[in-house]
Design a protein around this ligand. Structure first.
Ligand code: ADP
Ligand code: MG
Ligand code: ZN
Length: 477
C-alpha cells in the first residue's frame, strides 16, 4: 500500500460532518475527535478524522482519511487505546496485528502513533455491517461462507499460538456485498505455552506477577481490579471433591459447597453456607477468595471451561465461540446467549447442551457443575428450525414450564416436537417446510454436525479450527 503523505495539515475543528443543527451525539463525537487531535497532534498531519466508528471499554475507533502519495485518498481505522492500558498489553496487541495479521482474514496494521501514554493503531478501514442488521437477511450459503472464513482466521492465529479470547461478530468484520472478512481486536489475546508471539509470552509473566487481580480485562487497565474481583467472586464454581464430606447444614438441609480445605475451616468456624440447591449465592460463598483463571471475553460467547474458571485454557475456547456464532446464524437469533454473568451463561448452555452432559464434560477438565434440575440436551436442527419459525412450537398454547418440577424432555417446554416429514399443511396455514429462496429449507445435516463439534462441551475433544475447515460442510469452498 502507498504510504500517506504528511504535507497536509487538517484543522482540528471543522473536520467532522458539519450540519447546522448538530445532535448531541455528533457534538460529543466532535469533541472526542478534538481531544484525540490534542492528545496525538501528529495525527493531524496525516489524517482527517471523519467519525467515530466504535467505542468500547478499552478503546475508541475512528474513521480517518489520508491523502496518499499518488494523490488518491484512503480510509483508515484509527484505534485509540485508553491511556491506562498496560504497556505490554498494548505492545502485545500490536505485535499480534503485525506478525499474524494482514492475511487469512486477520486484520493487519499500517502505522502506530504514540504520544506519551496515548497510542493509536492505524489499520486499513474495512467497511462492514453489524451482524444484527444482516442476520435476518443471510442465506444459508452466506452463513456457510461466513463460518468458513471465521475458521480460517482462527486456524491461522492458532498456528501462531495466539488465543484471541473475544471471538464474537463485533470482532469479526463482515462485508456482505464484497464477501470479505477480517478478525480484529487482539486486546484480550493470550499466548499458548509455545506461542510465537513474544509479547504474549511476556504477558504470561506479568499475569503471574499480578495473579490476585487477574480476571476479566484487568491487564488492560490498572483500575479495573476491584470491580472484576467482586464479579468473579459472584460466579465462583465448585471443584470436584468439594461436595464430599461436607456437613454444613443449610437452610434447605442440603450439603454445602466449599472450595478449599483452608476455607472450609474458616467457614465452619464462623458461617454456614446456605446456597446449595438454591438459585442464590450466599454471603459465605461471596466472601470466598476467588479462583484465579483467565475469563476475559463476553459471557454469552465464553466456553464452559472459561465459565468454570478452568486454569488450563487453550485455543479451543475460540472454537467454542465460533460455535456460538454458528448457532446464532443457523437459528437467526442474535445474540443467542445473553448472560450478565458466568453462572447464567453456564445455565443457558445447559439448556441447549444438556445439564448431565455439561457435568460430565466439566468433570473431564476438573470441575464439578451442579444443576438443580435436569435439562435435556436439545436436537440442534429442531432447535434452529423452530427458532427460525420453520417448525411450529410443540404446543403454541402452552407457555414454557418454569416451575422446576418437570425434568422430562417435554416438561421443559423448550424442546420442539418433531413434525412428520410428510405432513401436509392444512390449506391456508403456513407449511413448516415451505420452499425458501435463502436455502433454509435445505440445510444439510453436515451443518448441525459441525455445530455439534464446535459446541463440544469438552475442550479436549472439541474440533480444532484446522480440522473444522476439512469438514464435509465446506466441500467445494
Ligand atoms: P475494542 O477493543 O474497543 O472492542 P475493536 O478493535 O474491536 O476495539 O474495534 C471496535 C469496533 O471498531 C469494531 O467492532 C469495528 O466496528 C470497528 N473497527 C475496528 N477495526 C476496524 C477496521 N480495521 N476497519 C473498520 N472498522 C473497524
Ligand atoms: Mg472489540
Ligand atoms: Zn454458599
Amino acid at each position: 500500500m502507498e504510504s500517506p503523505v504528511c504535507t497536509e495539515t487538517f484543522p482540528i475543528d471543522g473536520c467532522v460532518k458539519s450540519t447546522s443543527k448538530k445532535s448531541k451525539t455528533s457534538r460529543s463525537v466532535e469533541s472526542d475527535i478534538e481531544s484525540l487531535y490534542k492528545a496525538v497532534p501528529q495525527l493531524a498531519k496525516t489524517f482527517r478524522i471523519i467519525d467515530k466508528i466504535g467505542e468500547g471499554t478499552f478503546s475508541s475507533v475512528y474513521l480517518g482519511e489520508a491523502r496518499m502519495r499518488d494523490g488518491s485518498r484512503d480510509m483508515f481505522a484509527l484505534k485509540h487505546l485508553i491511556p491506562i492500558s498496560h504497556p505490554t498489553r498494548i505492545a502485545a496487541e500490536l505485535q499480534c496485528l503485525t506478525v499474524v495479521g494482514g492475511r487469512e482474514n486477520v486484520m493487519g496494521v499500517e502505522y502506530c502513533f504514540r504520544k506519551e501514554d496515548h497510542v493509536v493503531i492505524v489499520m486499513p478501514y474495512m467497511e462492514h455491517q453489524a451482524i444484527v442488521d444482516v442476520i435476518g437477511l443471510l442465506s444459508f450459503e452466506e452463513v456457510r461462507l461466513y463460518i468458513y472464513h471465521l475458521l480460517k482466521a482462527l486456524r491461522h492465529i492458532h498456528q501462531f499460538g495466539v488465543i484471541h479470547r473475544d471471538i464474537k461478530p463485533n470482532n469479526f468484520l463482515y462485508n456482505r456485498k464484497a464477501k470479505t472478512f477480517a478478525l480484529v481486536d487482539f486486546g484480550l489475546a493470550q499466548g499458548t505455552a509455545d506461542t510465537q508471539i513474544k509479547l504474549l509470552k511476556d504477558l504470561l509473566g506479568i499475569r503471574k506477577a499480578q495473579r490476585p487481580v487477574f480476571s476479566e480485562r484487568n491487564l488492560n487497565s490498572c483500575t479495573s481490579a476491584a470491580s472484576t474481583t467482586k464479579q468473579a467472586n459472584k460466579t465462583e464454581s465448585v471443584r470436584p471433591g468439594d461436595l464430599s464430606n461436607r456437613r454444613f447444614p443449610s437452610a434447605r438441609g442440603g450439603p454445602a459447597s466449599v472450595r478449599t480445605q483452608k476455607h472450609q475451616r474458616t467457614a465452619q468456624q464462623t458461617f454456614t453456607c446456605s446456597c446449595f440447591q438454591t438459585d442464590r449465592v450466599c454471603n459465605v460463598c461471596l466472601a470466598r477468595k476467588q479462583q484465579v483463571a483467565p475469563r476475559a471475553g463476553t459471557p454469552g460467547f465464553r466456553a464452559p471451561e472459561v465459565l468454570t474458571k478452568c486454569p488450563n485454557q487453550g485455543t479451543a475456547i475460540d472454537v467454542w465461540s465460533a460455535g456460538v456464532i454458528l448457532l446464532s446464524l443457523l437459528s437467526g437469533r442474535y445474540p443467542f446467549f445473553k448472560a450478565s454473568d458466568d453462572m447464567i451463561a453456564l445455565a443457558q448452555i445447559m439448556t441447549i447442551r444438556g445439564s448431565r452432559e455439561t457435568g460430565r464434560a466439566a468433570k473431564a477438565f476438573g470441575k464439578a457443575v451442579l444443576c438443580s434440575r435436569e435439562l435435556p440436551r436439545l436436537d440442534l436442527r429442531e432447535l434452529c428450525e423452530t427458532l427460525r419459525g420453520r417448525r411450529p412450537l410443540p404446543d403454541d398454547e402452552v407457555p414454557p414450564v418454569t416451575d422446576g418440577k418437570d425434568t422430562g424432555k417435554d416438561g421443559t417446554g423448550k424442546t420442539p416436537a418433531p413434525l412428520p416429514k410428510d405432513q401436509d399443511p392444512t390449506p391456508g396455514e403456513k407449511p413448516w417446510c415451505w420452499h425458501d429462496e435463502q436455502g433454509w429449507d435445505r440445510v444439510p445435516d453436515e451443518a448441525y454436525d459441525l455445530l455439534d463439534r464446535l459446541l463440544d462441551l469438552n475442550p479436549n475433544s472439541r474440533i480444532t479450527a484446522a480440522l473444522a475447515l476439512q469438514h464435509p460442510l465446506f466441500k467445494g469452498l
